[in-house]
Write a protein that binds this ligand. Sequence first.
Ligand code: GRG
Length: 290
Amino acid sequence: MIENLIEEYKLKIDSRLDILNSVPGQPYDGIIDAGRYSLLAGGKRIRPIILLEFYKLCGGSDDCAYNFACAVEMIHTYSLIHDDLPCMDNDDLRRGKPSCHKKYGEGMALLAGDYLLTEAFCVCAKTLGLPHDRITKAIAYLSSSAGGAGMIGGQVVDTTVNIENEQMLLKMYSLKTCALIRAAAVCGVILAGGDDGQIECAEKYAENLGLAFQIVDDLLDIGGNQEVLGKPVGSDEKNSKITSVTLLGEDRCRALAAEYTANALAALNGFDGDSTVLKELTEMLLVRTN
Ligand code: GRG
C-alpha cells in the first residue's frame, strides 16, 4: 500500500532530520530550536520521497542519498517559514501549529529560515559513499533551483509582477513551486549516476507534477479544510493573490491539474526501472486533501 510506504519513508526522513540538526548546549541553541520546530512539525515530505525514489529508479540501492533528501526538506521548510512572515503572506498557522514567527518572533523566524537554508548545503557536502563529481553536480543543481533563477525568482514574480494571463502564471509556478520539486527528482538521478536522458525525463516529470501540485494547492486554499490542511484556508484571497483559481476558474483548474498529472505519469515511462511508487504518489497528490 502506498500509504504505508509513505509512512515508512516519513519516519525514516524524520529520524534523519532529527540527527542532522541536534547540537545541544550552545549559546545559539535558540536558532536550532526554532529551525527544528518547523522542520519536525510534520509535512508531507514529498520532496525527499521523490528524491529517494528517483535515486532508486536510476539504480541507487543504498542510503547514500538521505543527506540530500534531508537538505531538500530543509530548504522547503525555510521557504515556508519565510513565506509565512508578516512581510510575505502573514500566515499564523503552518503544519497544524503556530507558524515559526508566531512561536519565536519575527527576527528568530527569519534567522531560522536562513539557518535551515545554509545548513542544508553543509548536509549535502557531508554526503558519504558517493563519487564527488555527482555530489558537486547535485549541489549545483539544487542551489540554482532554490535561487534567483528558481524558487526565489518565482517568489519575486509572485510578489512584484502583475500576472495577466495563463502563460505568465504557469511561468511563475514553474519557478516558485516546480523548481524545488524538479531539483529533488534530478538530484536523485544525478546521485545515482543517471544519464542526461534520465535527467530530462525527471525534469519533465517534476515540472508537470509541480504544476498539478500548485493548482491543487490553489483549489485547496478555497475549498479545503483548515484542520486537515494544517494551514489557513483563504490565505490567497486575504492577500489578494492572483492564482490559477482566480485567473482560470475552478473547472479549468481541475482539468489542468488532471492533464499535468497525466503528463507526469507519462514522463515516468521514460525509465526502465520500477516507477510504481512514484506513479501512485503522483495519482495520490491529485486527490489530496492536505
Ligand atoms: C526570503 C522573505 C523571503 C521569502 C521567500 C522562498 C519563499 C519565500 C517562498 C517560496 C514559495 C513557496 C512557499 C511556494 C509554495 C509551494 C507550496 C505549494 C508549498 C506547500 O508545500 P507542501 O504542501 O507543504 O508540500 P508540507 O507542509 O506538506 O511540506
